[in-house]
Design a protein around this ligand. Structure first.
Ligand code: DC
Length: 217
């Protein structure tokens, strides 16, 4: 199986780019952030604290299924693919992803999917921890201002200002890069792709080209 790892900070465009490249190359796109988001949703809905969540882990089931090539996330049998996309869950995911027990809990699921499929997997620790032997590793980034800019443009609900979006991105960068367990960092053997000055199509073409080379090997 061919495994492509994509890591990078929040808002770098990992998911839209990986999704498009997966479609072009016939790989399955695995969004691992959704797993942390599902754990965060459980944590928020059940009003748990950190220890409460650790205790409840045996009662949580998180599954990924694919419908028409689109990833769907299930939390204890319920499709939560929409419910996990709120700013509250984003912040919650950043919190719960710092808990080592939560990371261990989701690790096996990620490994299993990678073992059984040709995948493009995106996250924060894919090249460093989950798939250290990936066939290709990309570290996708852009300046915080540009990432906030892109996020803000995408938002239909403009009750949040650009400054608030930027602040949220910086806060998550800090959390993700400074946690003790599996912090976000570029793997030594990852290719750095800074997309600040690139259009999304340029990034997709670049990535697709790299994947096609790996496939041809
Ligand atoms: O990519 P995202 O915004 O959906 O990720 C949500 C949170 O989950 C983010 O704050 C970082 C965390 N995460 C992680 O720690 N490791 C991963 N492999 C994926 C996401």
């Amino acid at each position: 199986m061919i495994n492509i790892a994509i890591d990078g900070p929040a808002g770098a465009g990992k998911s839209s780019i990986a999704k498009a490249a997966a479609k072009k190359t016939g790989f399955i796109y695995v969004d691992t952030g959704a797993l942390y988001r599902a754990a965060a949703l459980y944590y928020i809905e059940n009003k748990l604290d950190k220890n409460g969540l650790i205790e409840k882990l045996p009662e949580i089931s998180v599954e990924l299924k694919y419908e028409n090539g689109e990833q769907q996330v299930f939390l204890n049998g319920r499709n939560v693919s929409g419910d996990i996309r709120t700013p509250e869950v984003s912040m919650g995911a950043s919190e719960v992803s710092a808990i080592p027990e939560v990371r261990d809990f989701l690790f096996g699921l990620q490994k299993k999917i990678a073992r059984e499929n040709d995948i493009i997997m995106d996250g924060r620790d894919i090249g460093t921890v989950v798939l250290p032997d990936a066939d290709l590793k990309i570290y996708l980034t852009a300046s915080a201002e540009e990432r906030a800019n892109r996020r803000f443009k995408e938002m239909t609900d403009k009750s949040v200002s650009y400054e608030q979006v930027l602040e949220g991105i910086k806060k998550r960068d800090f959390n993700d890069m400074n946690r003790k367990t599996s912090p976000l960092k570029k793997a030594d053997d990852a290719v750095l792709l800074d997309t600040t000055e690139m259009t999304i199509d340029e990034v997709i073409d670049t990535l697709t080209g790299m994947i096609e080379k790996v496939k041809a090997k």
